[in-house]
Design a protein around this ligand. Structure first.
Ligand SMILES: [Zn+2]
Length: 253
């Protein structure tokens, strides 16, 4: 047997999870990264919660838009997009958008949420995406990975124990925006829902930009579906939380 960590800890089946916590750095990331897979899982009975880490207040090139107005706009865009995907439970950490996330506070906030809703899987952006320049994405992905890996330990984020949040062990983690996918989810039935959810984020994407983004995502989903018996896939990296520490070959799983 090849000495590959995946032969010792198998890759879990994300579609079998009954409780999924989705985490996004900004309003819109989940829709772009994994909206169709999330919609599919909801339709199959998975209970889904979406946690947004920042308030989206830096997501504009237009200084005539106030940050307070932008926060409100992006909140309502997220409600509309989530309704399309079928996400009923939305939570917010409310950190300021724009690259100054306080890592330990974000990690504690995510761990608190994990202990509150007790998911068996966490879905988040991949913090190890090559060339990712937005530190909100890197810190959110890393904080969520660490929280998923260590939330079962009582003395991890010790203030949470004092608040009454008991340890909870997460069994798997899935990453969107990944360069190392190992799980290709057939999303033929929910692809249009994903595109409609992306359309809700009008503050982020003027018509020409949203069409370019949707065309790119559609071409990519078709290309990655060629080896599958379907038209569209969303490509994710799924690992057990056991893979998230010390294993040099986990990235190849
Ligand atoms: Zn983002």
């Amino acid at each position: 047997m090849k000495p590959d960590i995946c032969n010792f800890f198998p890759i879990p089946d994300l579609l079998k999870t009954d409780q999924l916590l989705c985490i996004q750095p900004h309003p819109d990331d989940l829709e772009i990264g994994a909206g169709a897979a999330v919609a599919r899982m909801i339709q199959s009975g998975t209970k889904v919660t979406c946690l947004t880490v920042t308030d989206g207040s830096a997501g504009t090139y237009d200084s005539s838009v106030s940050q307070d107005d932008l926060i409100q706009t992006r909140y309502h865009e997220t409600l509309k997009a989530s309704e399309i995907l079928g996400i009923k439970e939305l939570l917010w950490l409310g950190f300021a958008d724009g690259g100054n996330l306080p890592y330990e506070e974000v990690r504690t906030g995510i761990t608190r949420t994990i202990r509150k809703i007790k998911p068996n899987a966490v879905l988040v952006c991949d913090p190890w995406l090559p060339y990712e320049a937005h530190s909100d994405h890197i810190r959110t992905g890393l904080a969520a990975s660490e929280a998923a890996f260590l939330s079962g330990m009582p003395y991890f984020c010790p203030s949470l124990l004092e608040e009454g949040f008991e340890p909870h062990t997460v069994s798997m983690i899935a990453f969107y925006y990944t360069a190392y996918p190992n799980t290709f989810i057939d999303v033929d039935k929910t692809w249009e829902l994903k595109l409609a959810a992306i359309d809700c984020h009008t503050s982020q994407f003027p018509p020409d930009k949203v069409n370019m983004l949707k065309d790119y995502l559609t071409a990519k989903a078709r290309e990655q579906a060629k080896k599958q018996d379907c038209e569209f896939v969303e490509a994710l990296k799924v690992l057990s939380t056991n893979h998230l520490h010390i294993f040099e070959d986990a990235w190849q799983c």
